[in-house]
Design a protein around this ligand. Sequence first.
Ligand code: MTE
Length: 480
Amino acid sequence: MALAASKVEPGTVRKGLPTYSRADLQKHKKKEERVWVSYNNGVYDVTDYVTQHPGGSKILLAAGGDIGPYWDMYGAHKQGEIYEVLEGLRVGNIIEPPEKRTVDKNDPYAKDPKRHPALIPSSERPFNAEPPVSLLLQDFITPTDLFFVRNHLPVPTIKPDNYRLNISVHGKEKALSLYTLHKLEQKSVVTTIQCAGNRRSDMVKVKPVKGLNWGFAAISTAEWSGPTLKDVLKQCGVNLDTTEYQHIQFEGCDTGPDGTTYGASIPIELARILRNDIIVATKMNGEDIPRDHGYPVRIIIPGVVGARQVKWLDKIELSNEESSSHWQQRDYKGFNSSVDWHNVDFSKSTAIQLLPVQSAICEPEDGETLPDDEEVTVRGYAWSGGGRGIYRVDVSADGGKTWVTAELQHPPSQTPYTSWAWTFWEAQVALPKGHGGKTELVCKACDSQYNVQPDNVESIWNLRGCLSSAWHRVNVSVPK
Ligand code: MTE
């Protein structure tokens, strides 16, 4: 039933069609039961579209739910021709009042923001989630709504007019308003943030660890803007290059029921190396930072583990000590694989700062059945801490026996030594003959210091499942 483009009003109630509820829609998530999605008041059967159109399978992310939030992100869909195709798939109306959120006043998470339905949670309270791998390579800059979220505590509610960034030096405090931060010279940095726990699920396969079971998308990229830390400190009479303090501590406004506040620190030495690129950020991708990512202010420290990039920044303190916070002292540290919870001594290990070289295969996905071709196109991301760019990514289709070199798509305007953002890559790899229907695709990256990834995860296993950066392996089937 094709409608003329000019007459198409997608999702308006259409007379004569059956009416469904959101619960009915939920029953249509799989091809076997026909895949349905909704848009405004329209219900659409997209089963055949999914199989017939390249990239159609991405619609499956919204299967049984609303495609509106996806089209808000990928605005190119909002045009006459696509509306027309959609209305051609119309099977009914959805008529239900929007869901009401009941607020439990005793629930510390009740005021957490609403999240995009595509995010895949690894925990709801506190909220932690990663984007679907199938969307990770769509944009070099991760759509803000899809940026992975790592919260340890409830998201604080901060009124911009009341907000002050407290800077503490020599026991004296100075409070800077948002207005003051906006008045300082603004700088933008495109940087990838990766959680130390990214790819922890690979370590879990070796032996259990304590921590969220992240897949390999606890990593995202954004453009962050605001004054540099160097300039903010200058406002308080501190010269980053000459101060004798040893550490810069950052404290968040997020607080737990026992009064615990999130905090972290970096050595002053590191702050000097990164001096022009550490941003006291007030914008993410040109907009106010969303609540989940630190509204109104967060510190951005390119090339450094996510844990030190404190959100909802309340205080910056120059000190001769590291932050005393749990997350600096008793978490986010590395150990060898013989250390367990009976003999671990956190005081003997150094806090993670710069991250090691990392890479992952995003396409094809683990468990996929490939078309019956001689070659497979493999795509993914690679990134290294400390601004070390990516020199090479190797890809294998025979479990790591033979390799081809991938084509790299580097971040624009970043040098091999200031590559704060990730590199995308793609390789055509011949499938081995006589592989019995199954094969293992593998990738490994080499950074601008010629650091390489370890070949197996067993050798780097640690009790917290941090820094999981072994060769990434994906098992696929090929029709015999
Ligand atoms: N800052 C505060 N105040 N509270 C937090 O829980 N989590 C840290 C860091 N900054 C955290 C924080 C961790 S572990 C990571 S990986 C990054 O924020 C995640 O940033 P994102 O949620 O914007 O992706």
